[in-house]
Design a protein around this ligand. Structure first.
Ligand code: ZN
Ligand code: FE
Length: 252
């Protein structure tokens, strides 16, 4: 079965290496820090064979060329952002699949943080690498997309099997939890989750990955179409409620 190696890099990113022991393939999920990725792969004794980018931001694709030069790996990246990502061998879009040995990853359009942001869902491993689209108790800033686009992306994430473990790219959870409790103060499941997060962070533990099932019940952005969120935050359509929440978080 697939091995997942997670490690902190830059100031608050998580780096991920996925390794398939049967084929010997190893994929970098994004490339925030080439030196750190090469060091971590070396320590594991894994030869990097691929990079899968989620979006063009430098803390996700900035290490592409250095890793490719060092390893000869191939690079998969979102077609819609091909002009802004270095070293691409294969451009992919929603509905495409990529392979890690025998395992298949489905490309999902999660645009909104950036226009062409994609996630990689590996149903056999019950994991999804979601970049900066959804975070524990939060979502990415809407730098390029529209509320309608971002909401549609979150609906695609919500539609994954609830047992899916979400691997996001940043440890933003403590700050997200503060806003989430402000946004959804009567949610008992959220209150429990926020307390657990605070305990974990005080011990220096990671809060990522997290099961989708828990986010469905507690993440205010994934709950933008719930009646109580609509009542509190307004909006006639879910994307309007989402937009109100996103704007409030930006100013929080
Ligand atoms: Zn980003
Ligand atoms: Fe990022």
């Amino acid at each position: 079965m697939i091995q997942i190696h997670q490690f902190p890099c830059l100031s608050d990113n998580y780096g991920y290496l996925l390794h398939d022991p049967d084929s010997g393939e190893t994929v970098c999920i994004d490339t925030p820090d080439a030196a750190e990725y090469l060091k971590q792969a070396g320590a594991k004794g894994w030869a990097i064979t691929q990079i899968w980018n989620t979006h063009w931001h430098p803390d996700h694709a900035g290490g592409n060329l250095a890793i490719k030069e060092a390893t000869g790996c191939t690079i998969v990246a979102p077609a819609a952002e091909a002009g802004r990502i270095a070293g691409i061998d294969r451009e992919v879009a929603h509905g495409d699949t990529v392979s890690l040995g025998e395992l298949t990853a489905h490309v999902i359009d999660v645009g909104g943080h950036t226009l062409g942001h994609i996630a990689y869902h590996l149903p056999e491993a019950k994991i999804a690498m979601v970049g900066d689209s959804v975070f524990a108790l939060g979502c990415g800033r809407m730098f390029e997309g529209t509320p309608q686009q971002f909401w549609a992306s979150l609906e695609r994430i919500r539609a994954l099997p609830p047992e899916t473990m979400l691997y996001c790219a940043h440890e933003y959870t403590a700050a997200n939890a503060k806003f989430a409790v402000h946004a959804d103060p009567d949610n008992a499941a959220l209150a429990d989750y926020a307390e657990e997060i605070s305990d974990k962070r005080s011990r220096g533990e990671w809060t990522v990955p997290m099961p989708l099932s828990r986010e469905l019940a507690t993440n205010p952005f994934l709950r933008a179409d719930a009646a109580d969120m609509k009542a509190r935050w307004g909006g006639s359509a879910p994307e309007d409620t989402f937009a109100a929440l996103r704007a409030a978080k930006d100013a929080f």
